[in-house]
Write a protein that binds this ligand. Sequence first.
Ligand code: SF4
Length: 268
Amino acid sequence: MAKPKNAMEIFQVLDKSNCRECMEKTCMAFAGAVYLGRRKIEECPRLDGETLARFSDRPESEPGIEQNRDDYLKELREQVAGTDLSARADRLGGQFSGGRLTLKVLGKDFSVDRAGNLSADIHVNPWVAIPFLDYVLKGSGLDASGRWVSFRELKDGQERYPLFQKRCEGAMKLVADGYTALFDDLVHIFGGRQVPEQFESDISVVLHPLPKFPIMICYWQPDDGLESSINLFFDETAAGNLEIGSIFSLGAGLAQMFERLAQRHGFS
Ligand code: SF4
């Protein structure tokens, strides 16, 4: 099947029962998430095999989900063209100079110019670029309060938590279990800061994927027959600076970066 032209085309093939088994509030919300590349159509358990086959029956070369994500990224970059980047810099904890707004992303410079062109000291991947632009366009600039909450406690986080747990916390736990230098690398490579252990964890590290958007990663080592675990915590102002889809995207993107880091060091 050709790439869907819009979310409505995906919605048409769904059950339309709004049963929420996919953890989205409605079938329409799920269709939008699939179109933007944040979900896979296979995650709706109510689709029959024929429909799934129609959607997945694409030549390898068809762009599919990645193309949808790229389209969304293009839309966001176009919106930047109508934005006063200088005013946004003051509000968001960035700098404006030479027609570019620059924010620190994991300790590295990440910039956008008035034409929406992105440049960075790190690889510009869509998992980071989309939350970056969402923050530039819609972030309220709230200062972090220092009070930590879980993903589930964020606005609309409860319903998305099972998938967040799997794609982000679960994936990070697997990396941390095998690659014990992970937390040192987070400090040295990604500008993280080890903080006194929180919530009785063994290790707690705070990262800044965006200037006013800290994430705290807490790791509990295996102990006395108990499995290890990882939980991510967000400042309670987080949902004012990024919408939940972008927070999900950042978490999943970080997990992917950690996996690649571990592979580079021979752990996989
Ligand atoms: S699981 Fe499928 S049918 Fe149920 S709400 Fe999600 S998209 Fe709709």
